[in-house]
Design a protein around this ligand. Sequence first.
Ligand code: CA
Ligand code: CA
Length: 194
Amino acid sequence: MGSSSSSLNNIPNAQELIQETGFSAAHLLRLHERFEFLDKDQKGELRPQDFAAVRELAMNPIGDRIVAAFFSPGKETVDFPTFVQVLAHFRPTDTNRTREGTQREPANSRTSKLKFAFQLYDQDRDGKISRAELLQVLRAMMGMQVTEEQLQSIADRAIQEADLDKDDAISFDEFKKSLEKVDIDHKMSIRFLR
Ligand SMILES: [Ca+2]
Ligand SMILES: [Ca+2]
C-alpha cells in the first residue's frame, strides 16, 4: 500500500476500462495494485489458486464458484481487463447515471448482477437452476447447520415459490421475479480492496 508507483499509464486500455466498467480512475488503480499483488509470478494473468489470497473469497462458502466465474469456460487464466469486468458486477448499481455510446447492459445493473448470481447456481449452463443445482448451493451455504431433510424442504419450497411454469426448475426470468424485492447490491458486495 502506498509504495506502489503505478499510474494509469501502466494499465493497457485504462480509459476504455473506465468507460466500460464505470470504475473511477482511482478505483481502477487500486484494482490494478490488487491484481499485481495476486499475480505472484507476474505473468499478467491470474490462475484460480491465486484467488486463495483473497480472504473474503476464501471464507465464502461458495467462494470457489465465484472464483470460477472469473474464468471463461475452458480457460485457466484471467487477465486484468477480464478481472475488472467481472468485478464490475459487484459495483453498486448506478441510480441516475446513463452511459452514452454503450448498447451493452452495464455490469453493475440489476439484471447483470442477477445474471452473474444465476450462473453461480446454473453450473451446467443450461439456463435453468435444477433442483439438484439448488441443493448443491444450499448445502454449501448452510453446511452443518441443517439436516439433509431440512435442506430438501427448503429447496422444495424455493422451487415451488419461484417455478411459475412448473417444469421443476428455475429459469432466469423466474429467478429474477422471485428476487424482485431483494436488495441485490447488499447481497453482492465483496470487499476486494481492503
Ligand atoms: Ca442448470
Ligand atoms: Ca420453471
